[in-house]
Write a protein that binds this ligand. Structure first.
Ligand code: ADP
Length: 811
């Protein structure tokens, strides 16, 4: 039932005249979130212009007003079809104009009616109505009586559950004897949804209406009962846990009185000892003590207290002042390095120099070493050897794919499941604050909206600031100045430059076949034999078998796959020995296939014939040097150039430069420029799924192109690398050593290199120089003189694609 606040109302209109006749045309007011029933009193705030107009018109006449509910309460200015047709003729009992133009009114429902027609729609709604007469039952039959009783009882129950029941309400409920009125009264008080209430008002038959209300009531009773039950359960729960807490506190007090320790006090005491033992920095100790005091005051089972415990566990386990003592004996260090690593003389020397400086000046900051090279060349094992030589702990984390600064620096403790960053995690793992700390894949570090991990890394590495490296989780700084950081990367190009500036890059470029053979014999095989539980005398590898594993089962700059394949071999033999075979076993070329399956790479596959339009370039990839085949063909067309094989922009430009060079010098090749009138030239670099870029395939593309033009084949044993200018000059390139090793693996015997790269030849191992002839050139003429054969082509065959490792190739 609506209520009103009499004091607010200025214009009080005299009470209703029951004899009055309701006019058939009335102003109409749509309302949003209420359905008005007959007899219901409803206070309304009216603000919409049309509605205010309707009220004013009503007041100026006999105060009748038709009130109907709009279908969607969200609409500001509902159209006739957006308003329910059945509503209630109401009378304005009181009204008050507010200074802001709004009107406050108290209305009472008089009779149910239907809108027959909209007479006016613009400044206000005026409607023609038809009063709906309810069929009146003079005698209330038994069924209706029972239903009414039910409805009364339900209503009382609900009101009682809601705490709204009073004797007054009770007597109103019993005093109503008309089923229709009872239905309306209860419905208007049920807090129904608009469409439910409208559905009720639209039921004309009073008995049917009461039945519907009864249904709604029984549903509501269930709901209210459920709600009350839940409420009381929650209350019980809270009071139980409060009770438990008090009891526990009492037990604690009793224990204390008796001089015994309970679990909780024990826990707190343990933390106290651990904090003392951890020898933290002053700030850290203060923070740990503070958190411990918080823990003491918390409910021991609360979620919060477990967060604090995790934090304290981290704090007490970090090596705040735990360090290992450096033992730097250069001779011994040399023997450790030599024992684990064959060759790598220059790198071992550099490491020994580094250690010597450390020995003489322990405070020296020194550069941060960064080992750069393809996978499996020994970066990790060198790091481990350094740690061994200095008797330091060794930890290793990978930075590959990290884009979020929080990975380095940790998440703030406000995050659920927050942890310290990887650096602090690594230190905990090391258990000392001066480990050799290796960070892998620094070239694969990313950056995005979550912050730049490289700047956090810089703070960790920079000797000027890393004595107070701050981790978000600890919310404290940790001294990293004693840590010896070593970084690793596959290529140095993508290392963030701010980091690169602070590092000393040491290149490890990969091994030749001979080196691999020696390392296999001296290191890899003995290790695998031992790991698989085989006695050295039970197994023997022939040199031929080892070389075949290197060339036909692996194709890599490093040693990873080689070690894996040798491991597989040993495992297979271990099984035979375990099954009772005596051995000793000879692993020879012939027996390889039995253990390792058919070869995975055929080096001679590409060496069949020299072909027209097929040249061999050299690329430098993440996994070392690689040969890169370039194909060129002349096809019917209009002098256009087609480039395929996922070439990057720089490579496409080189191709265009190569074509321009060829056309500018067309006379030299004894070809007529008219050839381009009806021919297109197509350049393709196979292994099309791998994106390739870089300028150094320039001369290889020009050679393939000119070979296609002149129909002179390119010598299959020649590989080349070099950038080309429009005038045909050959410019220098990078990564010569890696490329040379790649060429050797592919069975090349002559490598054309830019004249300016001649000085890099000193870095090429002697045994490589023995097998490869390097020909420095200054211009394209010299390239063609070496690369093109003069003999007429043999029958051309489609060139075969070679299996390539994934990764972006830089030529
Ligand atoms: P990276 O870290 O560069 O990927 P690893 O250090 O994991 O490579 O080396 C791969 C394997 O090759 C290791 O088992 C390592 O001991 C071995 N290895 C690498 N270089 C040498 C070497 N010069 N002498 C002996 N073993 C080596």
């Amino acid at each position: 039932m609506g209520e009103t606040d009499k004091d607010d109302l200025i214009s009080i209109i005299e009470e209703d005249d029951p004899e009055a006749i309701i006019p058939t045309i009335l102003p109409m007011m749509p309302v949003r979130d209420v359905v008005i029933f007959t007899d219901m009193l409803l206070p309304l705030f009216v603000g919409r212009e049309k509605s205010v107009n309707a009220i004013e018109e009503s007041i100026s006449k006999d105060r009748y007003l038709f009130v109907a509910t709009q279908i969607d309460p969200g609409i500001e200015n509902p159209k006739p079809e957006e308003i329910y047709q059945i509503g209630t003729v109401s009378r304005i009992l009181r009204m008050l104009k507010l200074p802001d133009g709004r009107v406050k009114a108290l209305v009472q429902g008089i009779a149910k009616a239907r809108i027959a027609k909209y007479v006016r729609k613009r400044s206000l709604y005026r409607v023609k109505i038809e009063i709906i007469e309810e069929p009146e039952s003079s005698t209330v039959d038994l069924e209706a009586e029972a239903l009414m009783r039910n409805v009364r009882e339900y209503s009382e129950r609900i009101l009682t559950l809601r705490g709204e029941y009073t004797n007054e309400v009770g007597s109103i409920l019993t005093s109503i004897e008309d089923p229709g009125r009872l239905a309306d009264l209860v419905a208007s008080n049920l807090r129904l949804k608009i469409d439910e209430a409208q559905a009720i008002i639209e039921i004309i038959d009073p008995f049917e209406r009461l039945k519907k209300v009864n249904n709604l009531l029984s549903h509501e009773v269930e709901l209210s009962a459920m709600q009350a039950k839940i409420q009381s359960e929650v209350k019980d729960e809270i009071s139980k846990s409060q009770k438990d807490y008090f009891l526990r506190e009492q037990v604690r007090a009793i224990h204390k009185e008796l001089g015994e320790l309970d679990e909780r006090t024990q826990e707190i005491d343990e933390y106290k000892t651990k904090i003392k033992r951890a020898k933290m920095s002053q700030d850290a100790k203060a923070e740990a003590d503070k958190q411990l005091r918080r823990l003491e005051q918390m409910h021991p089972d609360s979620a919060e207290s477990s967060v604090v415990r995790t934090y304290l566990d981290w704090m007490v386990e970090l090596p705040w002042s735990k360090s290992t003592t450096d033992v730097i004996d250069i001779k011994k260090a040399k023997s450790v390095l030599d024992k684990d690593h064959y060759g790598l003389e220059r790198i071992k020397d550099r490491i020994l120099e580094y250690l010597s400086v450390r020995k003489l000046n322990p405070q020296s900051k020194g550069p941060i070493l960064c080992f750069v090279g393809p996978p499996g060349v020994g970066k990790t094992s060198l790091g481990r050897a350094i740690a061994n030589a200095m008797k330091r702990k060794f930890v290793r984390i990978s930075l590959g794919g990290i884009r979020d600064e929080a990975e380095i620096r940790g998440h703030r403790r406000t995050y659920i499941g927050a942890l310290p960053g990887r650096i602090i995690q690594g230190l905990k793992q090391a258990g000392s604050n001066n480990p050799v700390f290796m960070m892998d894949e620094i070239d694969k570090l990313g950056a995005d909206f979550r912050g730049d991990p490289s700047s956090a890394l810089l703070e960790a590495l920079d000797p000027e600031q890393n004595f107070e490296f701050s981790d978000h989780y600890l919310n404290l700084s940790f001294d990293l100045s004693k840590v010896m950081f070593i970084l690793t990367a596959n290529i140095s190009d993508t290392i963030p430059s701010a980091l690169l500036d602070r590092m000393e890059v040491i290149n490890l470029s990969g091994y030749t076949e001979d080196e691999k053979k020696t390392i296999a014999k001296t290191h890899l095989i003995p290790r695998q034999v031992k790991e698989n539980g085989i006695k050295p005398r039970q197994i023997r590898f022939s040199d031929g078998a080892i070389v075949q594993v290197i060339n036909e089962y692996t194709s890599e700059a490093g040693l990873r796959n080689l070690e894996r394949e040798l491991g597989t071999l040993c495992r297979k033999l271990a099984r035979r020995i375990a099954e009772g075979a005596k051995g000793p076993f000879q692993v020879t070329r012939q027996s390889l296939e039995k253990y390792l399956g058919p070869p995975k790479y055929y080096p001679e596959m590409d060496k069949e014939h020299s072909q027209v339009g097929l040249s061999t370039g050299l690329a430098w990839t993440q996994v070392g040097g690689e040969v890169l085949y370039v194909e060129a063909s002349m096809i019917n067309g209009k002098g256009e150039m087609i480039l395929t094989g996922q070439l990057g922009e720089v490579m496409q430009e080189s191709a265009r430069a190569a074509l321009s060079y060829a056309r500018a010098n067309i006379d030299l090749f004894k070809v007529k420029d008219e050839i381009f009138d009806n021919r297109d030239i197509h350049i393709h670099v196979p292994a099309g799924a791998i994106p390739k870029d870089g300028p150094s395939a320039g001369i290889a593309m020009a050679t393939a192109l000119i070979s296609a033009l002149t129909e002179r084949p390119v010598n299959k044993d020649v590989a080349m690398t070099g950038e080309i200018t429009l005038r045909g000059r050959v410019l220098p390139i990078g990564g010569l050593k890696e490329k040379a090793l790649g060429a050797l693996r592919a069975g090349i015997n002559t490598v054309i290199i830019p004249e300016k790269n001649k000085r890099d030849l000193v870095e090429i191992p002697k045994n490589v120089k023995r097998k490869l002839t390097f020909v420095p050139v200054r211009n394209m003429d010299e390239v063609l003189a070496i690369a093109l054969e003069s003999a007429p082509p043999k029958k051309a065959k489609a060139p075969k694609a070679k299996k390539k490792p994934a990764g972006k190739a830089r030529s």
